[in-house]
Ligand binder design. Structure first.
Ligand code: CXF
Ligand code: ZN
Length: 339
């Protein structure tokens, strides 16, 4: 691994969540070139900083999030998920000039800086843009907060930053994974009325009820007249039905990412009464302010992210991945030992 270059930071990881986007990349369904070190929900401690880094210093405890250029109008006005370089910087697994800070034992390049971080490793070279300094009690608390950098901010941000449901809103959430359950917890904060969560896995629906769902279902077919549908599964068949499940003027949030190139059919005339299809990535978050805000909600018991998490040691990564795939664990988090 190289020393941190300009605008880069060396991080010792305390923990890293496993996100379904990692698994989609592993399966070749998203365009990241492999081999690469994946992982994009890291939390850790800054060990060293490269030239020009101003936002963090060694010793800082940080949550890692997505990358963006940091310099364009979208980045400078609090909308970094709309940065024109968002997709290449997050999925390219390389610096903008195509180089990477990681090599294998023979010296061959391995993709790094996936989502600006490649954090499924005890140490990572990370883009300064991905680094969010946070105030935490200790490393055990920091370890719980890693998935806020992607899955939790994605679901909570969709509700709190973008949909902003008015009190009494009826919300349907497709998928009771980390994103869907985070949307549920946030919807509970925003005064929503009915919140219906749909999933196939019974234990997830049990958890959804404990976290505030007013009803759960295993099929979407009977759902109608919602103000918002939040689609987190990436199943095109569910997304295609979603516009018919909102009222006139209602909004469908598209969060789940199907394989690259997937298309759905939309009945155009059925949209004309004011329905919106809204694409959402990373909750539309300005990570530098939104992640500390979510940590504040966690602290006051209003975003109990610990309910979603199970820790695994690094040698059990395969089990963590299997448990994410089957759904028995909502959010596996790899916990790295302090050196
Ligand atoms: C991703 C999901 C696929 C589209 C871009 C953002 N978020 C992270 O998992
Ligand atoms: Zn993710």
């Amino acid at each position: 691994m190289d020393d941190p270059g300009p605008g880069e930071v060396l991080i010792r990881l305390v923990s890293t969540g496993v996100c379904h986007t990692d698994l989609s990349v592993l399966a070749g369904r998203l365009p990241t070139p492999l081999p690469a070190v994946l992982g994009h929900e890291g939390a850790g401690v800054v060990e060293a900083v490269g030239d020009g880094v101003t936002g963090t210093i060694p010793g800082d405890r940080v949550v890692l999030s997505f990358a963006s250029c940091g310099a364009c109008t979208r980045c400078r006005t609090g909308r970094p998920t709309q940065c024109p370089t968002y997709f290449p910087l997050n999925f390219g697994a390389a610096r903008p000039d195509g180089t990477t800070p990681i090599r294998d034992s023979s010296g061959a390049a391995i993709g790094g800086l996936f989502f600006g971080q490649s954090s499924l490793a005890p140490y990572a070279i990370v883009s300064e843009q991905s680094v969010v300094p946070v105030e935490v009690r200790d490393e055990d608390e920091l370890a719980l907060l890693a998935p806020i950098g992607c899955g939790i901010q994605t679901g909570a941000g969709a509700v709190l930053n973008l949909l902003r449901p008015e009190p009494g809103s009826r919300i349907a959430i497709f998928g009771a994974g980390a994103v869907g359950l985070s949307a549920l917890m946030a919807a509970g904060q925003s005064g929503a009325g009915d919140i219906v969560v749909v999933d196939k896995v019974a234990t997830r629906l049990d958890l959804a009820r404990e976290l505030g769902a007013t009803a759960t279902a295993t099929e979407v077919n009977a759902l109608r007249d919602f103000d918002y549908v939040i689609e987190t599964t990436g199943a095109p068949a569910l997304l295609e039905q979603a516009p018919s499940m909102v009222r006139a003027g209602g909004t469908v949030a598209i969060i789940g990412a199907p394989p690259a190139g997937t298309k759905i059919a939309v009945d155009v005339n059925a949209m004309i009464d004011g329905r919106t299809l809204l694409g959402v990535t990373e909750g539309g978050s300005d990570r530098i302010t939104f992640i500390p805000a979510l940590i504040g909600l966690y602290r006051t018991g209003r975003l109990p992210v610990d309910r979603l998490i199970k820790f695994y040691p690094p040698q059990d990564l395969d089990q963590a991945v299997a448990d994410a795939r089957s759904g028995v664990t909502v959010k596996p988090v790899i916990r790295f030992e302090a050196p």
